[in-house]
Design a binder for this molecule. Structure first.
Ligand code: DC
Length: 226
């Protein structure tokens, strides 16, 4: 079998992980895996069933009934399917972000999604982004990057993204969501967001998207001699 390489990119919401990881993966021919989308799909499943995201017992009880699939389209992009429907757009709604953050705190949810994530990295060279990829999911990843930016810079970028999609939200609302998720994601007991000891820190507060991509691509090429 050909050698496969794994790159773990972790960091807080809105740091640009997914856009940077997707661009680098496309350039280098790696598979891009957005693990946040998987947690979002579980969040959406709870939402659709009318289960409160803070109702741990109900969230855990629904897990065995779920049909969650991750598939790559002809466009090479990752699509998420829930009970047969392509929910890739719906999982981006702001209320689902909160649901995803809440359900991702339950160890049962994390355990349920572990194998889906690891199996992708066994057979493909991947750039996988999330919160615990370098610390828990792929502790032996050949390169770990912790990508971050200030909360205000992240809120500003997320606001532009949402506006482009025609959603009307204010900067304050977006910042509040980001702060809520930062706190949730880093203070939970199960696999909290934290920089792995052997991760390279990339702070994108002062650099734009192209510069962030260049930094990440260079780190990958150097590490694997590509
Ligand atoms: O990356 P994102 O914003 O799409 O992730 C949605 C939520 O899922 C986020 O609040 C934290 C959670 N998450 C996680 O706990 N572990 C991951 N590996 C990825 C996301």
């Amino acid at each position: 079998m050909n050698k496969v390489y794994s790159v773990a990119i972790d960091g807080p919401s809105g740091a640009g992980k997914s856009s940077v990881a997707r661009a680098a993966a496309q350039k280098l021919g790696f598979l891009y895996v957005d693990t946040g989308a998987i947690y979002r799909t579980v969040g959406l499943a709870a939402f659709r069933r009318g289960i409160g995201s803070r109702d741990r017992d109900a969230v855990v009880s629904m897990l065995p009934e779920l049909d969650i699939q991750l598939r790559y389209g002809d466009d090479g992009l990752q699509h998420m399917f829930l009970d047969g429907d392509d929910v890739s757009a719906e999982i981006r709604l702001p209320e689902i972000s909160i649901y995803a953050s809440d359900v991702s705190a339950y160890p049962e949810v994390r355990a349920y999604l572990m194998e889906m994530q690891r199996s992708l990295a066994r057979t493909n060279s991947v750039i996988m982004d999330g919160r615990d990829i370098g610390t828990v999911v792929l502790p032996d990843a050949g390169l770990k990057i912790f990508l971050t930016a200030s909360p205000e810079a992240r809120a500003q970028r997320r606001l532009l993204e949402l506006e482009k999609k025609g959603q009307s939200v204010t900067f304050e609302e977006v910042l509040r969501d980001i702060q809520y998720r930062d706190k949730n994601d880093s203070e939970r007991d199960a696999a909290p967001l934290k920089q792995a000891e052997d991760a390279v820190l990339v702070d994108t507060t002062e650099i734009d998207f192209d510069a962030s991509c260049a930094v990440v691509e260079k780190l990958i090429r150097e590490r694997f001699g590509l």
